[in-house]
Each structure stands twice: as C-alpha cells, then as structure tokens.
Design a protein around this ligand. Structure first.
Ligand SMILES: Nc1ncnc2c1ncn2[C@@H]1O[C@H](COP(=O)(O)OP(=O)(O)OP(=O)(O)O)[C@@H](O)[C@H]1O
Ligand SMILES: [Mg+2]
Length: 217
C-alpha cells in the first residue's frame, strides 16, 4: 500500500473512508511526483492516487481531500460528477464520500499540447451540453488546466467549483481560454450570450474553428 501523508488525524479519517468505500490498495504510478513517489496528480485541494477496488476491476483514480483544502468536503464534487456523467461528461464516477472521490483514471495529454480544431469542436460540444443542463464548471477559463485529451477525446476534470442554475456559460469561458477575446468572434459570442440557441452556438463554433485554422497556417 502506497503511504501518502495527509496529516495524522485527517490521514486516518481518509484511510477509514477508503476502506468503507471498498478501496483495497493505493498504488504508485502517474505523471506527477509527490514526496518522491509517482502519483496521478496534485492540486491545491487534493492529491489524486491510483487505486484498486475490491469489486470493480482495474485501476481507478482516488482523489483525496487535503487537510488544508479550501473546501470542507468533496461531497459537492461527487454530486456534480454524478450529474455530468449522466450526459457523458467527466471521468466515470465510481463512488464518493466526505474526503474521497473514486473515478475513472484518465491519462492523456494536456490540452495545450493536443489542441486542434477537432478537439476544440468536441470540447465545445461538451461545454454546450453543460450550458443546456445549467451546470457551470467555472474553471474552464483557466487555460484548459482542467482538460485532459485522451485519444483525441477531451475529458473535463475537477468539478469542485461547479455551480448549478447560474448564468455563467461554459462555452464562452472555454472560448476565452482557447482563442482569447478574438474581435472576430465578438458578435457571435454576444448572440450566444443572449440567445443561448443552437444556431448561435454553431455560428460560434464555426468561428472558433476558422480562427484556429487560420492561426496554424
Ligand atoms: N481521474 C483522474 N485520472 C487521472 N489523473 C487525474 C484525475 N483527476 C485528476 N487528475 C490529476 O490530478 C490533478 C489534480 O486534480 P484536481 O484538479 O481534481 O485537484 P484539485 O486539488 O482540485 O486541483 P486544483 O488545485 O487545480 O483545483 C489534475 O490536474 C490531474 O493531473
Ligand atoms: Mg480543483
């Protein structure tokens, strides 16, 4: 069992939850180093460790809340991930508790590295589905740090800051991150903001793709 130090009491609480959720093992592996060990990732609020489950085969990703995290639990993230899984978005959720989210392990490339018009289109389609559902990820404007691309398919990670029923558009945030505030898109962006229609969305996507194609030439 890989030992990850999360603070004495907090660490014990996390281990207890892992046991109850059916995790049999935390294992080393992944692209990030933590205390000299390989892990899947680390952030401000959590560390993500490869793990195994007693019933469901294969390797999973266990997101473990850090003691100094800015949020008191991962419950919200778990609920939102369940919601968005319902429309085919995000890593597949296995189960979750106060300090643990167990989800599909997603290994791929960063968005920066693998961005092309096709990936942008697929990602915008996911953002559109979130807009229609009334779920805002709220961190898609941060340069695609929360998107991994696996075999050409973008997967959106980390729904901890997501909100429901708000008016913030995933599509518009993402476009900002992808191409910046391009003047050519201003009209279409405004139209989408007001109408939120399929037609305005398609106009916007075609604008983004044209812009990207022109930039690589
Ligand atoms: N399901 C997953 N499979 C593989 N790696 C993952 C998975 N989820 C997250 N990671 C990796 O772990 C990193 C941290 O995860 P995440 O962003 O969810 O944590 P966080 O503490 O909320 O981070 P932040 O401080 O950036 O908000 C991610 O950037 C990613 O590299
Ligand atoms: Mg986060």
């Amino acid at each position: 069992m890989l030992e990850i130090y999360l603070g004495k009491e907090h660490g014990e609480a996390v281990m207890e939850e892992l046991k109850i959720l059916g995790v049999t093992e935390l294992i080393e592996g992944g692209p990030t180093m933590l205390f000299g060990r390989r892990v899947l990732g680390k952030g401000q609020n959590a560390v993500v460790i490869r793990c195994r489950h007693e019933v469901v085969e294969g390797e999973w990703a266990c997101k473990l809340r850090r003691r100094d995290a800015s949020r008191p639990s991962l419950f919200w993230e778990g609920y939102i991930l369940r919601l968005v899984n319902g429309i085919g978005i995000g890593p597949r959720l296995l189960t979750f508790s106060r300090n643990v989210v167990i989800m599909e392990e997603v290994l791929g490339e960063s968005l920066n590295k693998s961005l092309n018009p096709d990936v942008a289109r697929r990602l915008l389609e996911q953002a559109r589905r979130l807009d229609v559902m009334g779920i805002s990820h709220n961190e898609l404007g941060r340069g695609g740090r929360h998107v991994v691309v696996r075999n050409g398919e973008p997967i959106i990670l980390d729904f901890e800051s997501a909100t429901i029923n708000g008016s913030r558009s995933n599509v518009l945030q993402l476009i900002n991150a992808l191409v910046g505030g391009a003047p050519e898109l201003r009209g279409a962006a405004r139209r989408y903001k007001v109408e939120r229609s399929d037609e305005a969305f398609r106009e916007l996507v075609e604008g983004v793709v044209r812009l990207m194609e022109r930039r690589v030439r």
